[in-house]
Design a protein around this ligand. Structure first.
Ligand SMILES: NC(=O)c1ccc[n+]([C@@H]2O[C@H](COP(=O)([O-])OP(=O)(O)OC[C@H]3O[C@@H](n4cnc5c(N)ncnc54)[C@H](O)[C@@H]3O)[C@@H](O)[C@H]2O)c1
Length: 267
């Protein structure tokens, strides 16, 4: 129950990593606001969380859905206002919404597609920080986790916009971390590797004829020799949002089964 009494916003909450994290945060005592642009899935996921978790922890907790485009300034201001009026404070923020977009070499990349991906994955992340951090700074406490990627550390052929945005996510994390640390607020990021989610499938469909075989092949970049599951990201996010991570700030946490640790020379 390390999040008992805390209120946490999760963006991209109708997605695989976001929702797995909501389930963990709720189980550990938090009230959770789920934010997503996919209204139907958001509704389903919120009902699912409230039903599955109802009464499980034995403490009073809220589950709130908020439909919003995380890359729209007014919408971001809107979900932050809704969270403060429902919860009073924002103790944690998982800044996680993202899209994969179309894959193509940089020299052929569609310019509008580039703008679209940067808008959601980078501007959206900035806006989340821009509107959530003032509340945490005023309260003198809070923790943020941004979702970066192993694409923040390496090139991924065909994904120039995605990779540029995810490199930027680390820059935003480090910069914000250095600005708010002495005001009681920590900002870190996670770098998931190959995690089995709809976003990954969207990428695999563009890379391989056989998605299952492609997933197995990509799993082999990890020393653990498999893809990861959303829950394996959520557990690390929950830790970083908790007081147990009180001396962790401006860090990037690899959750990649060891993919970045080595050039695999055994496959
Ligand atoms: N799956 C992987 O292998 C992997 C690896 C590294 C990083 N990531 C990152 O993890 C995060 C979560 O992705 P996922 O893999 O769970 O995929 P997902 O597609 O299951 O979830 C993404 C969610 O973000 C939502 N979303 C997209 N645009 C939005 C917007 N403008 N406003 C609000 N919500 C929006 C989608 O509706 C979806 O529910 C993303 O930032 C992604 O880049 C994923």
């Amino acid at each position: 129950m390390r999040h008992e009494g805390k209120s946490i916003i999760v963006t991209g909450a109708a997605g695989a990593i976001g929702f797995a994290t909501c389930e963990i945060l709720f189980r550990e005592g938090a009230s959770v606001m789920l934010v997503d642009i996919d209204q139907d899935r958001l509704r389903e996921r919120t009902v699912q969380l409230a039903e599955n978790a109802s009464g499980a922890t034995g403490i009073a907790q809220q589950v709130i859905a908020h439909h919003a485009d995380c890359a729209d300034e007014a919408a971001v201001e809107g979900y932050v206002k809704a969270a403060t009026s429902a919860f009073g404070t924002i103790d944690g923020f998982f800044n996680n919404a993202g899209i994969e977009g179309r894959l193509a070499p940089t020299h052929e990349y569609d310019v509008d597609e580039f703008d679209k991906i940067i808008r959601v994955n980078l501007r959206g992340m900035f806006l989340g920080l821009r509107f959530v951090l003032p509340h945490m700074v005023a309260a003198g406490r809070g923790a943020v986790v941004n979702t970066a990627s192993i694409g923040s550390e390496r090139g991924l052929a065909g994904a120039c916009a995605y990779n540029a945005a995810k490199h930027g996510a680390v820059g935003l994390t480090r910069t914000a971390a250095s600005e708010v640390a002495q005001k009681g607020v920590r900002v870190n990021c996670v770098m998931p590797g190959v995690i089995e989610t709809p976003l990954l499938v969207g990428m695999l469909e563009q890379m391989f004829d056989d998605v299952a075989a492609g997933m197995k092949k990509l799993g082999e970049v990890a020393t653990l020799n498999r893809v990861g599951q959303p829950r394996e990201v959520g557990d690390v996010v929950s830790f970083l949002l908790s007081d147990e991570a009180s001396y962790v700030n401006g860090a990037k946490w690899e959750i990649d089964g060891g993919a970045l640790a080595t050039i695999r020379n055994d496959i």
